[in-house]
Ligand binder design. Sequence first.
Ligand code: ATP
Ligand code: MG
Length: 429
Amino acid sequence: MAKDKIQAIRGMCDMLPKDAPYWETFAKTAVDVAREYGYMQIRTPILEQTRLFKRGIGEVTDIVEKEMYSFVDSLNGDELTMRPENTASVVRACIEHNLIYDGPKRLWYMGPMFRHERPQRGRFRQFYQFGVEGIGFKGPDVDAEQLLLTKRIWERLGIKDVHLELNCLGQADERKAYRDELIRYFEAHKDQLDDDAQRRLYTNPLRILDTKNPEMKELVEKAPVLTDFLGEGSKKFLASLEKLLKAGGIDFVINPRLVRGLDYYNLTVYEWITPRLGAQGTICGGGRYDPLIGMLGGKDAPACGFAMGIERILDLMREEGIVPKYKECDAYIVWSGPNCDIYAQTVAEKLRDAGIKAILNANGGKFAVQMKRADGSGADYAIIIGESELSESTVNIKPLRENLPDYGNQLEKPVDAAIEYLKAARHNQ
Ligand code: ATP
Ligand code: MG
């Protein structure tokens, strides 16, 4: 009986080899840049106790209300959640291991996050984030540093069509006064609120400002703005950050309606947005979360960070026509002959010792078939080995691409000389 085919879970995608050049280019760039700024990697488990996210993200946020993959472990009754984001986990780890006892820490992470959302372009149920956290820094210098870091990543990837929106959320008491005013305003226009907004009116009214509903656009535009409720300290913080960003060559617009979904943000919030990806145009969001460490049971310490959505960034790279420089294979080794297997393997290992990406033909095949595989491998050179090469301790190099200097010829060389030739060829490219 034929077995039915098992498919991946909706909203959870396979990363196929054709996407590898984009993924690897992004990952290498992001990690290189983070390290250039002195950030070190942290890796936390994908599963955490559910209450970490309830407390660390906030009960009345979209994520905790309706997006979390939470379940009871049937083996021991633990209440667990697949991480929907990484900040709460990183802070948990910092507290648990007393990481900042000897001073603040600059950290980066990369990995999968899980949210039960409606799958669509740029919105998946398993997606990947790259992010940084600066734990123990009061800012605004490190807020600016992290924005410079993101800008450097866009530049190095070649991404152009993205801009920064910035806001200052002030401190909790300032937000409380604003929140009361906002509730009064929306109450006076209750008939114009959609279901989502009605639901959020008393739990998370700031989030109404984030609405994607065009019918509420005017109402939201006329709403009171948080900027008018900021105290001197917050205004000064924002002004210093603006000065640092301008000096660093970062253009931005102040968007007083940018609030972001999470409860624990204060002062700085921002989003990098592109017009090229439709409704899912935010490729990076971040800000300051000074209250979080205390909320999770640690000794109070200021902190800031951001998270970027890797799938959206790769999508944007494609939209902008960016083609990653990527070579799957430098040399494909074509070989046949009764005693040539060990020789071919030895040559292949020597090439790899020299940093040359080499594929050794497997599954046999006639010369023509192997040459076809060499061509399909993307390699610039076929390295041909037969019994005569074995007896002479040489190889034959055959350039496969028209733009290469010795195209049309075949060069017989001792193995070491062949390696030098391939290294020099790569250097000249
Ligand atoms: P959105 O408003 O698009 O739902 P968010 O505010 O929920 O975003 P954050 O929690 O700030 O997103 O996560 C940071 C980044 O991670 C986002 O800017 C986005 O690039 C990416 N991201 C968030 N949710 C998803 C998802 N479901 N699929 C793919 N990427 C996502
Ligand atoms: Mg979301």
